[in-house]
Design a protein around this ligand. Sequence first.
Ligand SMILES: Nc1ncnc2c1ncn2[C@@H]1O[C@H](COP(=O)(O)OP(=O)(O)OP(=O)(O)O)[C@@H](O)[C@H]1O
Ligand SMILES: [Mg+2]
Length: 358
Amino acid sequence: MVNVALKNVSKRYGNVAAIEGVSLDIKDKEFLTILGPSGGGKTTVLRLIAGLEIPSEGEIYFGDKKVNDIPPRDRNIALVFQNYALFPHMIVYENIAFPLAIRNTPPEEVKKRVQEVAELLEITRLLDRKPKQLSGGEQQRVALGRAIIRKPDVFLMDEPLSSVDASLRIAMRTELKKLQRMLETTLIYVTHDQTEAMTMSDRIAVIRNGKIVQIDSPDTIYDAPKDDWVASFIGNPPMNLIDGLAGNGQVQLAGTQSSIMLPKSKVGKLASGAKVRIGIRPEDIRVSSQPLDGMSCSGEIYLLESLGDSTIVDVKVGNSIIRAREKAGFRAEIGDKVYLRFDDRRLAVFDAQTGSAL
Ligand SMILES: Nc1ncnc2c1ncn2[C@@H]1O[C@H](COP(=O)(O)OP(=O)(O)OP(=O)(O)O)[C@@H](O)[C@H]1O
Ligand SMILES: [Mg+2]
């Protein structure tokens, strides 16, 4: 049982700042995902928690114990990386047993624990095989087995599913989440895949350019992104962002003849003439061939993309493309004139200069 805290941690390599001023408070038994684009600093955060790197500044705590100077082997953590590096000459049994074997655990105890872990991960029938006789997903499970056998206080996982194929990845997501619940262990998970982060995490820490941009539950990150960058990073397709000028409780959308009404809660926050960026998720837009009550703007159909369970409708409005999610079977022709209605309760408004949510 342990909570992990980073207090104002920075890591520099020469004059490159890999992360800067990162503070994170990860609760005991929490599934926290560090999400961000390549080069954002995700692996650096994980390696610092593992003790594989020493912070240039700031402190790292496990519970109330400062661990800055504690070597990795004394932190009782388990690491799983993308390249899970099983020992090729050892059978699965030996691979899983390895962390206990090197700690001089009595053989009967080792045997019992390997059996338990193998049952949990449903790999009992694979125990006698060598890694090269396993599929990618099976290898990944063995790597997980090797990580959990020691009963670590904290799991650290760096893109552990990125080299398994798409359908297995979806299955493994569910399994990982279940496993973490069962083991009741704090899990810090790194990924650049927003869907993975959204589906598994209790909370998501979004990191970009070495800084944490937002830490919240998946729902809050989705519904109330802190800035326009987070808004466009989360969601598939992501949130539509449309520039405009505020005035009289409305926003004149740039490059169009259209204005949209702002919700009352936002109007008070905007000076007349303020440059804003409107954010609206595709599923919060309705597309119709007839003018709609509370209509937001009109445009023409640019592209239709069927996803099976829904259809993504690209509408050209002035110079911009606005993407809406409509029901499966939505019918229209390219070039048709259509009317859009934004659900104004779901409208986000960002400052166009700073990108911050208003
Ligand atoms: N040992 C190092 N020496 C110099 N720069 C480094 C070192 N390790 C990382 N960096 C730099 O720090 C930044 C953050 O790297 P990091 O590996 O943490 O990113 P990441 O978010 O894990 O990216 P990815 O998704 O590609 O794995 C990058 O700009 C990287 O080039
Ligand atoms: Mg990385």
